[in-house]
Design a protein around this ligand. Sequence first.
Ligand code: UT7
Length: 333
Amino acid sequence: MSKISAAITAVGAYVPEYVLTNQILETMVDTNDEWITSRTGIKERRILKEDGKGTSFLAIKAAQDLISKKGLDPKEIELVIVATATPDMKAASTASFTASEIGATNAFTFDMDAACSSFLYGMSVASSYIESGRYKKILLIGADKMSSIVNYKDRATCIIFGDGAGAVLFEPNEEGLGFQDEYLRSDGTGREFLQATYGGSSFALTNETLEKGGQYAFQEGKTVFKNAVFNMADATVKVLERNNLTKDTVDWLAAHQANKRIIDATAKRIDLEDHKVMMNIHKYGNTTSATIPLLINDYESQLKKGDNIIFAAFGGGFNWGAIYLKWAYNSKN
Ligand code: UT7
């Protein structure tokens, strides 16, 4: 019997309707469209405005999109992973609620948090379960309601983040398509430069910390930027070298959409032409765990069976890495 690899066989996505443009942000903080566009590449982002709706709302919608596109019976799903840095609540996982709401009643479920690398790490975990032969249908959802931890008075963070979700289905493949290789790393000393500090077990959310805005995400942008540029490119090069890939045999770069300049630097490091670099940061901003599945969803119709795709991410923690995957199907669209 040929070796089992883990292939992505379906994609779905959801972004909220409300569009927060650079022009609207100009009325909220001291910023301007020219600065945001030239420094980040972002033009607009989607925000989930409705009270009482959290990350699970986004995850459920993305999963339902995939289920209807694929014509999948949700009862066949064996595992639901929600990659997120903004779970609905503590202790009760967003994945459990999501699975129940979509009718995945035969699945076990858990959340995974590695900040902006959550989806990339989730790809590693989902693929391993498939390759082991233990499960045959795994739904991996990347979803974040970043607006729940963004301070809309802080111009250093509010211009960057948006809300959204994307979902992929992993299934076994016996043609050698799907997941091929990974290079994943972490460095916990980086946590001081990007975090949402308070509300965790070490830092209580008190009236005093709330007054200081302790519930919001903070980042020292320049330090994160430098580390992101170096490490995302480094991981990408390592995966290329290990798999004897060149700029000519790589078909796509699907990199976490944090800043267009970081993505461009990674593409430049491997000398990849612009048309092979997936990009949608202008539409959604940085949606943390959702950037990679939103990219796959937007580019699905252009992907061909056998295409070599390099996925790469860098995020808070610090956590980063790159994954090499061979696309497994031609889109019907
Ligand atoms: O997804 C997870 C990981 N996160 C990232 O990868 C994000 C990495 N970091 C970045 O993308 C960039 O560092 C930012 C987009 C956050 C900031 O860009 P930058 O080029 O690093 O700007 P900076 O923070 O060094 O600020 C440059 C100047 C400063 O003014 P002075 O001191 O030179 O007068 C800032 O005060 O730009 C100012 N500034 C702004 N001006 C207009 C900072 N934010 C803004 C703003 N609008 N929103």
